[in-house]
Design a protein around this ligand. Structure first.
Ligand code: NAP
Ligand code: CA
Ligand code: CA
Length: 264
């Protein structure tokens, strides 16, 4: 029999863990070492690796039957939809961390039997914790986030990586929207949609850890989160991803799929 846990207790433990990072991350950044993975843009640091193994330590101590699916070292995908599964991007926006020491975050989410149950995006440089609990809403630090009001694309800012869309599609999006902005960290670009500051964030090839927390934020805040065919995304697989204001979702997808499609 699988152990049962109180979600509120887990939430409190994780928030305590996040508070502990306020001491840990500055010391890791002081001794920051950067390596490349697949190519010169694919960076990883001791900060990414230490945070993931530090969180793994917490899970092993408190919840030994929970599974961890993390970017840096935990890629076993068996049975992730059974029981308690944590998905983690220990540093999202590593290029921003290395080049700017700003605009990076930690993405963490708990799925229980495949259902998004707890979500966190920690904007470390701004010391701001976005969190959500299934059925109870989404919060920024202690303040509840309001449901996002539907607006048309012409009134909204869109965000996407400008290296990955074909030029015609990119220009159609720029023409149809109010403006374009990109932070360069999928978690933080997505959070701007959650707060109503951006209309949509698109990632054509999101990994599970880039979008793990966004499922619950989207459902608690009345946002749309789908693939580009308006279908649900499998949290174990990731793939094409849009999180958007409900008023512009269809319009953005229409643009992405017309004019030769979005592929470069
Ligand atoms: P970046 O500043 O390195 O990263 C921007 C965001 O994309 C971060 O959330 C980052 O997560 C994530 N990311 C980084 N490398 C990725 C990859 N190979 N595939 C998917 N997501 C990735 O972005 P960049 O310097 O503009 O680009 C770096 C590479 O990522 C390029 O090859 C770019 O084409 C690709 N990328 C693709 C998309 C897309 O929509 N297909 C979006 C962003 C980046 P971490 O910080 O955790 O790595
Ligand atoms: Ca990432
Ligand atoms: Ca990462």
């Amino acid at each position: 029999m699988m152990a049962q846990y109180d979600i509120n207790d887990i939430d409190n433990e994780v928030k305590t863990w996040f508070r502990g990072l306020n001491l840990l991350i500055p010391s890791l950044i002081k001794q920051m070492q950067t390596d490349t993975k697949k190519n010169r843009f694919d960076l990883v640091t001791n900060v990414d690796q230490t945070l993931e193994s530090n969180f793994e330590g917490l899970i092993k101590d408190l919840y030994p039957d929970h599974k961890l699916y993390g970017e840096e070292s935990h890629h076993d995908t068996t049975d992730l939809k059974q029981g308690y599964t944590w998905v983690m991007d220990p540093i999202d926006g590593t290029a921003n961390l290395v080049k700017q020491q700003n605009d990076f975050c930690i993405i963490l989410a708990l799925f229980v039997d495949g259902t998004p149950t707890l979500s966190y995006i920690y904007d470390f440089p701004r010391q701001t914790l976005y969190h959500a609990k299934k059925g109870e809403g989404a919060f920024v630090n202690h303040k509840r986030l309001e449901q996002v009001q539907a607006q048309p694309l012409s009134e909204l800012i869109v965000s996407f990586n400008n290296k990955v869309l074909n030029d015609a599609t990119m220009h159609d999006l720029l023409d149809a929207s109010f403006a374009y902005r990109l932070i360069g960290a999928c978690g933080l670009d997505s959070i701007r949609v959650c707060t109503g500051q951006f209309g949509a964030h698109i990632h054509t090839n999101a990994k599970p850890w880039d979008i793990a927390a966004q499922f619950l934020f989207a459902s608690e805040l009345g946002l749309k989160m789908t693939d580009f065919n308006n279908k649900a995304i499998d949290f174990v697989r990731g793939g094409p991803f849009i999180i958007s204001n409900p008023g512009c979702h269809d319009e953005v997808l229409n643009i992405l799929l017309s004019n030769g499609g979005y592929h470069k």
